[in-house]
Write a protein that binds this ligand. Structure first.
Ligand code: SAH
Ligand code: F3S
Length: 435
């Protein structure tokens, strides 16, 4: 029996793509393995967003090369494949295939013709979703890509190069995948896109579908109890979408809407053309629609030319919005991006210092929010048990991890009512409420 090993780096989009690649190999009779040495085909699905991510991929490639069976097929797919292209074969001559983020469905070609090298980093379309078979079972939280690529061209970001121009999948295709997920085990749907709230599909009859239409339709599926989406671009937060937070209880009161920096000068150089006032106005509209909504953000510190006062403004906006669950990164110069050749690159030690200051503030804000949840009751989604087997892990509607003592409810319900009894920086604790 042939076996496959898949290692996934980076974003949820890659996680989903790996599921579909696995489904394709399952359908061909392959079995999964966690042991590289035992695998007949090894696939690394990669991320290139920061230099560290790319370096991590190359160290993993080196390890796999040393551990694998000589006969095993060995390939790299995803954003690093697209970033380095044919050069990957020079760096790791043992590689059999290098496939970009839109070419995963070409993997069968290498199975049929294992002696040829396969390189495909075209960004021609999203036919991979049609050509890869569906998963037989879906995870409780199922990601569904609705849109890929990005037209925003932030000056630091390699994604428009690696994933290409923005493309939205057809409404019918997305709903078919969503219904399939619901029928095969999903309870929560998370719509994915690099610019997910920019989703726009024009049907042949001229009807235009938006993300709000997908949410409305998905909420009608009885098995689906929670809906969310990521990642949103601030100025694409349209009124119809904001309105969904007011009328659709299945839509979780949590939104990732990255601001990146609190300095208007830095935002301009990042090519993120919104003002702080404009951004705050969107937050206010969201809070008017759903008073309990919580927002998270991505931040970049040490963007070229960022001064102490620019950085102070980032701290200010983080406090003003009170972001929970945020991600912060040191600026990393990437090939194929405009910011990599901008003057006044910020030295590493300053980036490191600023990141530590911002992280500490974000942790304090998160801790404060976690504290404020104590005493409240929330409907939480079961994720699994911890290593000791004594605690269950749940996810709150705000994406906090909630540790619960006890055993899984006999009803088999994935969603339970939980009273929050304690809080720390990283998680909260709770107990089942039996009504
Ligand atoms: N909208 C996309 C964002 C992709 S990149 C999505 O979530 O699908 C994710 C985050 O990585 C960005 O929001 C940004 O904060 C960070 N990032 C992107 N390029 C970066 C770079 N060159 N250096 C540091 N961080 C970066
Ligand atoms: Fe990257 Fe900016 Fe698009 S962060 S994915 S270019 S919105």
């Amino acid at each position: 029996m042939k076996k496959y090993f898949i290692q996934t780096f980076g974003c949820q989009m890659n996680v989903y793509d790996s599921w579909r690649i696995a489904a394709m190999l399952d359908a061909r009779g392959y079995k999964p393995t966690n042991d590289v040495a035992d695998a007949d085909i090894i696939i690394l699905n990669t991320c290139a967003v920061r230099e560290k991510a790319t370096n991590k991929v190359f160290s993993a490639l080196g390890r796999v090369r040393d551990a694998k069976k000589p006969s095993a097929l060995f390939g790299i797919v995803g954003c690093v494949a697209r970033e380095v292209g044919a050069n990957a074969f020079h760096r790791i001559p043992e590689l059999n295939f290098v496939l970009g983020p839109q070419s995963y469905h070409k993997i069968p070609q290498i199975l049929e013709n294992p002696d040829a090298r396969l390189l495909n980093i075209d960004l021609s379309g999203l036919e991979k979703f049609d050509e890869l078979p569906q998963m037989v079972t879906s995870p409780t939280v199922c990601y569904i890509p609705i849109q890929e690529g990005c037209n925003h061209c932030c000056t630091y970001c390699i994604v428009p190069y690696t994933r290409g121009q923005e493309l939205s999948r057809s409404f019918d295709d997305v709903m078919r995948d969503t219904k399939h997920a619901a029928q095969t085990g999903a309870v929560e749907i998370c719509f994915l896109g690099q610019n997910v709230n920019g989703y726009k599909y024009t049907a042949p009859d001229g009807t235009i579908y938006r993300l709000s239409d997908l949410i409305r339709e998905t909420a009608k599926i009885p098995e689906i109890q929670r809906i969310r989406f990521t990642s949103s671009y601030p100025t694409e937060m349209s009124d119809d979408l904001i309105g969904m937070f007011a009328i659709e209880p299945k839509l979780l009161p949590f939104l990732n809407m990255p601001i990146q920096s609190g300095s208007p000068d830095v935002l301009k150089r990042m090519n993120r053309p919104y003002s702080l006032d404009g951004y705050m106005e969107i937050i206010n509209k969201l809070r008017a629609a759903r008073p309990d909504i919580q927002i998270s953000s991505d931040f970049i510190v040490g963007f070229p030319g960022e001064t102490d006062s620019d950085f102070e403004q980032t701290l200010d906006i983080a406090k003003r919005v009170g972001y929970i669950n945020s991600y912060s990164f040191k600026y990393s110069p990437r090939p194929h991006t405009a910011a990599a050749i901008m003057p006044n690159q910020v030295p590493e030690n300053i980036k490191k210092e600023r990141l530590a200051i911002l992280d500490s503030l974000l942790n304090d804000i998160q801790h404060e929010f976690n504290d404020s949840c104590v005493g409240k009751t929330m409907m939480c989604l079961y994720e699994g048990s911890d290593k000791t087997g004594q605690h269950l892990i749940y996810r709150t509607p705000y994406m906090q991890q909630c540790v619960v003592r006890g055993t899984i409810p006999e009803s088999g319900e994935k969603i339970s009512k939980i009273k929050i009894t304690g809080a720390s920086k990283a998680s909260i604790r709770g107990e089942f409420v039996n009504d």
